[in-house]
Design a binder for this molecule. Structure first.
Ligand code: NAD
Length: 392
C-alpha cells in the first residue's frame, strides 16, 4: 500500500515509516498494532503487504532518513538497528514542499520553512500543486494521513465551509484567511478519491464542505486527533466511574511534553485546538461536565517523553469523597506510530468494501471522533470489531 503523509518529517511520521519498513522486511513483533489483533485476522488478506511513503512537509530536509535520524538523536526512542535496517528505503522518501496557511504562531518554532506560499502562489495554484503531487504518487491502494503540527482553531464561515461549492469558490477567490493547510490537504485527497485520516486536532476533513465532497466522490475518511495517551486512559477509566454510579466531582489533567510538538503547542493559538479536543470527552461519557482542568505545558528536556498527571476527585456511598491519581509516562511517537499503520490498513479495507463518508467505526483511534458522541474506549472497540466482522 502507499501512504502519503502530511508532515512527513515529524517524529510520529518517521517512526511509522521505520516500523512499517521493518515489518516489510520481515520484522514480526507486532505489539502496539491494533490491526494485528486476532479480531482482525483477515484484514491483511485484503491489502498488499509492502509500504511506500511520500508526503508534504514544510521543514525541508534531504530525505526521511535525515529527519528520522534527527529525531532519533534527540530521543533514542528505539534500538538504532531498526533505523539502519531501513536506511536506504528512508533515503528514497523525499517530501514535497507543502503549505503553512493559517498554521498559527507555533510554526515559527520549527526553524526556517519552505512553503508553496514562498513562491507567491494563490490559493487555487497551491491547491492544484498539492493535488498534482498526490496524484503523481497515488495508486488504487493509497491513503493520505495528516500528522502535521497542530493548527489553531479555524476562522469559520458558513458560506465558505458549509458547502463544497462555497469552499471551491473561496479557493478561486483566494480567500486565504478562511482556509487552513489541513483543509487544503484534505480537499486534495478527497478530490482525488484517496481515503484520508486526520491524526491531529486541526480541522482537516471535518468541515461540512469536505464531508460533502467525501460523499460525492465516495471516499472514506476518519478523524480527529489520535487517541494515544492521557485521553486514552481517561476514556477507558471514566466509564468505570459511570458503571459503578460513582460521581466525579472534578478531573484535573496536567500534561508536559518537549520536542517539536511541545514547542508548537507552547503557543496559545495552536494549543487551543488540543485542549478543546482533550477536554470534551468527559461530558460525552458522563452526560454532564464535572469541574475540569486540562493543561498542556512545554517541558524541553523531556523531548518526546510525554507525561500526564491526572487527579480525579469522586464521591461514593453516603456522600464520602475519595481520590484517584494516575501518571502516564510514555514515548509519544511509540504509542502513536502503530496507529498510523492501523489507520492506513483500515481505510484501504473500508474503501475496498465500498464504505464512504465519515467512517464513524474508526472512532476508536481518535480523541474527537467525527459524527459520533461515543468516546468510551470499550464501546469504541466493540463497534470497530462488529463493523469489521460485518464487512467480511
Ligand atoms: N504523538 C502522539 O501521541 C499524538 C497523538 C495525537 C495527535 N498527535 C498529533 O500529531 C501531530 C504530529 O506530532 P509529532 O509529535 O510527530 O510532531 P512533529 O512536530 O515531530 O511533526 C510534525 C511535522 O509536521 C510538519 N508540518 C507542520 N506544518 C505543516 C504543514 N502545514 N504542512 C506539512 N508539514 C507540516 C513539521 O515540520 C513537522 O515535521 C501533531 O499535530 C500532534 O498533536 C500526536
Amino acid at each position: 500500500m502507499k501512504v502519503w503523509i502530511i508532515g512527513s518529517y515529524g517524529i510520529v511520521s518517521t517512526t511509522a515509516m521505520v516500523g512499517a519498513k521493518n515489518i516489510e522486511k520481515g520484522y514480526d513483533e507486532f505489539t502496539g498494532l491494533v490491526s494485528e489483533l486476532p479480531h482482525f485476522n483477515n484484514l491483511k488478506k485484503n491489502i498488499s503487504s509492502g509500504f511506500e511513503f511520500g508526503g508534504h512537509e514544510v521543514r525541508m530536509k534531504e530525505n526521511a532518513y535525515e529527519a528520522a535520524l534527527e529525531h532519533w538523536e534527540l530521543n533514542r526512542h528505539f534500538d538504532k538497528s531498526f533505523l539502519e535496517t531501513v536506511r536506504d528505503d528512508l533515503e528514497r522518501i523525499v517530501a514535497k514542499p507543502g503549505t503553512a496557511l493559517n498554521c498559527g504562531t507555533g510554526l515559527s518554532e520549527l526553524g526556517e520553512l519552505k512553503t508553496l506560499e514562498d513562491d507567491g502562489l494563490n490559493l487555487r495554484e497551491i491547491a492544484d500543486t498539492l493535488i498534482s503531487d498526490m496524484k503523481k504518487f497515488a495508486d488504487e491502494e493509497t491513503v493520505v494521513i495528516n500528522i502535521a503540527s497542530t493548527e489553531p482553531l479555524p476562522n469559520y464561515s458558513k458560506d465558505i465551509h458549509g458547502s463544497i461549492e462555497g469552499f471551491e469558490r473561496a479557493i478561486d477567490d483566494n480567500k486565504k484567511e478562511y482556509i487552513s493547510a489541513s483543509m487544503l490537504y484534505a480537499y486534495g485527497a478527497l478530490k482525488l478519491g484517496l481515503p484520508y485520516a486526520n491524526f491531529t486536532p486541526s480541522a482537516g476533513s471535518s468541515i461540512p464542505a469536505l464531508k460533502e465532497l467525501a460523499i460525492k466522490n465516495r471516499v472514506p475518511h476518519a478523524g480527529n486527533d489520535g487517541k494515544t495517551g492521557e485521553t486514552l486512559v481517561k476514556t477507558t477509566l471514566a466509564p468505570m466511574f459511570a458503571y459503578r454510579n460513582l460521581k466525579i466531582l472534578g478531573w484535573m489533567g496536567y500534561n508536559i511534553l518537549g520536542d517539536f510538538d511541545g514547542k508548537v503547542l507552547s503557543h496559545n493559538d495552536n494549543k487551543e485546538s488540543k485542549v478543546f479536543s482533550k477536554d470534551s470527552v468527559l461530558e460525552k461519557i458522563l452526560g454532564e461536565s464535572p469541574y475540569s482542568i486540562t493543561e498542556i505545558e512545554y517541558f524541553p528536556s523531556l523531548v518526546d517523553n510525554k507525561m500526564a498527571f491526572d487527579f480525579i476527585h469522586f464521591r461514593g456511598f453516603l456522600g464520602t469523597a475519595m481520590k484517584f491519581y494516575f501518571i502516564w509516562d510514555a514515548i509519544d511517537a511509540i504509542v502513536a506510530a502503530p496507529l498510523i499503520i492501523d489507520l492506513a490498513r483500515f481505510l484501504i479495507f473500508a474503501k475496498k468494501k465500498g464504505q464512504y463518508g465519515v467512517v464513524k467505526e474508526l472512532g476508536f483511534f481518535f480523541k474527537s471522533p467525527m459524527d459520533t458522541d461515543i468516546v468510551n474506549t470499550h464501546k469504541q472497540f466493540e463497534i470497530l470489531v462488529d463493523w469489521f466482522r460485518g464487512l467480511q
